[in-house]
Write a protein that binds this ligand. Sequence first.
Ligand code: OAD
Length: 234
Amino acid sequence: MQRLDIKTFKSIVFFTGAGMSAESGIPTYRGQGGIWHEYKIEEVACQEAFERDPLRVLQFHELRRQKVLECRPHAGHRVISDIEKELDNVVVVTQNIDGMHQFAGCKNVIELHGSLWRLRCPVHGVWEDKGEKYTSYHCPHCDRWARPDITWFGDLLDNQVIVQAEEMMVRADLLITIGTSAVVWPAAGLVQVALQNRVLSIEINPKATSVSHLYEQSIRGQAGQVLPELLSWK
Ligand code: OAD
């Protein structure tokens, strides 16, 4: 594989999905062993489910936290984090809620779908909660159920987050998309914004996706192997 010297780019976006965390041991959503094959979205990942049975929804997310805490960032996460430390024009826009980029040391991460490591109350706002178990299933200020700060199916994305991500996509002259099936909107639409501009665009995925043909280069391979082989920045 020919190395890509990324120092020459002005604005670099890594756009990541569940495949980015697959080699860390975190299951994807739609592939073999995917989360949505084992669980029903309408029972664990939407506002209606939370209103019907908050405890079940919280326990589902708590289990996911425990699984994530058993996993570690892989070589691909580390490369992105090393690049971010070295260059000041790098942002990660992720659909992942697992925090794996941050565990690898990344600071500049836009989380489109929220985070497993935050909870929120409709009255008292958002707070961090990072343990294996939730500190409490309830808001510390009132008796309401705490809701995972995650964009579930049917939820609107946080407007500020989407504006920030769009800005990055418009500005990007290098887009590297890793490990997403690109079927969930509006996240998938963000990529189209960058692809319409004159960016160098690269997709890394072991399988072709419905948008692979839109990229200048679509590399069939695993994130943890391809990223360290592909990118040079020193
Ligand atoms: P998907 O599960 O839909 O897709 C994962 C993609 O990663 C697939 O295209 C795989 O081929 C690819 N993949 C698997 N292993 C890989 C590896 N080692 N290296 C690189 N790629 C690999 O996950 P997402 O596209 O992230 O939303 O799903 C998008 C959203 O749907 C998620 O954020 C989540 C989900 O429902 C919410 O929870 C709101």
